[in-house]
Each structure stands twice: as structure tokens, then as C-alpha cells.
Design a protein around this ligand. Sequence first.
Ligand SMILES: [Zn+2]
Length: 154
Amino acid sequence: MATLPLTYKDRDSILREEAKSVDAAWLRSEAGQQLVEDMIETMYHERGVGLAAPQIGESIRLIIVDPGHGRAEVIANPELEILNEKEDVGEEGCLSIPGNWGRVPRAKKLRVTGLDRNGNDISFVVKGFHARVYQHEVDHLNGTLIVDRFLSDD
Ligand SMILES: [Zn+2]
């Protein structure tokens, strides 16, 4: 395994691109599995709670999430269905924007649908901080960054 260099907001335009769908056969391949392992190692190395592929220079729809339970969730082509429209406001930072924290409103509960790391269909419900991390990472796949969502201080 290897840690991968991070992309940064002020340097890498890939963070503003719409990422491409992941092919399930590629995900199952040695190259796909290696990228997954390297993203997991990179997320823990950087002490992140999530990592999206554009953050390591790959414009594909692949994310890693661990909201603190010590198990890396790997989802390709994630789709989010909001189950509770009510929003929580919470502090968010981003590995690609060091030192820039702000308040971001996020839906409280959602269903995540996509492919697991072996390319199999998967669907589950997350809420609270867990749901917040999913929304943050899926934003990365659409070229959206937290600075676009920060609430103003007034
Ligand atoms: Zn981020």
C-alpha cells in the first residue's frame, strides 16, 4: 500500500470537475483494488473521516468514509437520497483546503446507494455526522467544495 499525494483547492482544477462513473469490472481489477487500498491508507494517514478520488488526482466517482468507527466504507458511484429534509449545521473542514473551517448545513438522514469495493450493489441508511461525511464526499465528485456551502457569520 502507499499513501497518495493530495490535491489542493488553490492548485488543482480537478477538484472542480464532474467525476466519471466507475466501471465495476475495473473496480474488481488489481488496479482498482490497489487504488482503493491506497485511498484507505491515505485517508487514515491524513487523519480524515472521508476521502474522494478527485482529492488524490483521480476524477472518478469513488469515495472512502470512516466517520470514526474504525472501518473504511468504500462506495463507487454513490447516489444519495435525502430521507430527512431537516438540516443540521455543523463545522466542516476539508483535507484539500487546509485550515479553512466553516459552518455547513447538511441533511440529517439519507440513503446511500452504489457499488461496494467488489463492485456489488449496496444500499444503506446513514444519519447525523455519518450522513454529513457522505454529503461532503459526494460533493467532491460534483466539483463542489465546502467553501461553496459555508454559512456567513451574520
Ligand atoms: Zn473534502
